[in-house]
Design a protein around this ligand. Sequence first.
Ligand SMILES: [Zn+2]
Ligand SMILES: [Zn+2]
Length: 211
Amino acid sequence: MDIKNLLSNFKESDFYSKINLHIHSNYSDGSADFDELIEQAKKLNMKYISITDHNTLEGYKNSKYKNDEILIKGVEFDCFYKMSLLHILGYGIDIENEELNSLCAKNEQERKNDIIRLFKSRHPKKVIEKIHNAHGIAILAHPCCCSVFSLDDFVKKLVGFGLDGIEVYYPYDRFRKIVKFSSRKLPFALCEKYNLIKTGGSDEHSKLLEH
Ligand SMILES: [Zn+2]
Ligand SMILES: [Zn+2]
């Protein structure tokens, strides 16, 4: 099935049980082994997962499960726009696509280190275009982290660049323990307003937990 249709059909409750589209392995700043995460997800009877390491596709290239049907191939890119950091997730991408690979980290620092990644951030327009050219869809991750005056205006601009969706279902309380730049409900409303796909994931940096 086409990735856009597949993701559009997931429901909120799926993201709290059998689907998790935001996980990091030790190819970026997570602690768990890439293939062990997949084995864990299978043990937990999950339906789909996406391991979305920062700026790298290496995990998929080296995985013995790379063509397993539980996997939705994913990646998370650092971007900077209108004085705000933002993370764009790409799903359903062709991991061999050259343009997409050209955006990826050149060394371990660019996959693991927040500060280095900050200075390597790219324009979201370029990232979204390259995700699309690699047959994927582009999703704004954990929107409460965008330090913008109006998330609506910000999302509207990103939609102009081709944004396909927003990560709506995620552990909001865990992000930016004190300062959040938008409410929990706003991303949902913006998806309705701009006809965007709603995705979800736990942004797991260790092992997957049983629900
Ligand atoms: Zn992120
Ligand atoms: Zn993440």
